[in-house]
Design a protein around this ligand. Sequence first.
Ligand SMILES: *[C@@H]1O[C@H](CO)[C@@H](O)[C@H](O)[C@H]1NC(C)=O
Ligand SMILES: [Cu+2]
Length: 236
Amino acid sequence: MKLALSILTAAAAVNAHFTMQYIWDGLTDEGQNNYIRAPPSNNPVTDVTSTDLTCNVNGLSGANVETLSIPAGTNITFEWHQHAQRTGEDAISAGHKGPVQVYVAKAPSTAASFDGQGAVWTKIYSSGLLDPSTQEWATDVVNANNGKHSVVIPASLPAGEYLLRAEIIALHVAQSYPGAQFYIGCAQVKITSGGSANPPKIALPGAYQGSDPGITVNIYNNLQSYIAPGGAVWSG
Ligand SMILES: *[C@@H]1O[C@H](CO)[C@@H](O)[C@H](O)[C@H]1NC(C)=O
Ligand SMILES: [Cu+2]
């Protein structure tokens, strides 16, 4: 009986997917799915060549999504959940181990009409394997924070409308490709009072390969280091 239960629990954990459901502007909760291109389900993306990698399923347009005005330098918090709730259930299932990253892309005109294709994405945050001795991952911290992680929008980014793309990669079945699960949430913002930086940019899809060591990886063999896909963080 005990064995049967633990097998059931393990199966449930594998299926326990999640979505980005809230953004916080500083200490202000902007409300469920507001300013966010919400996907139709909490299933992950697994094909790194798909345009779903950009902003999740149906994420190439934000025609019905509002755009949040924020000054450059704002501390934005992203909040994820398995279901539409803040009930105290694991925000992201604890079995889902991996890195947490944030990218930004400047829209040529409005964020709502921007499809995010081409070399337009700049990585502004990345956290991965935090402690090899305990095998603590960035996802463990997100879970401990009730689904939240934060990033400060670099003050030197030029003013304009942007997509903010938060990404959690779950590596529990990443021993072969496709296997790694990409959870992606895109928010639409209008950055005011920015600077004049011209940061490095990559394409998503484009920059990730199935063979990347951060995408096809066995995390259950006392992994000592981890390199997240998409290159270095630009610090502003
Ligand atoms: C951003 O806000 C979060 C949540 O309030 C806080 O934990 C974090 O320390 C802040 N980051 C910075 C750099 O101020
Ligand atoms: Cu899942």
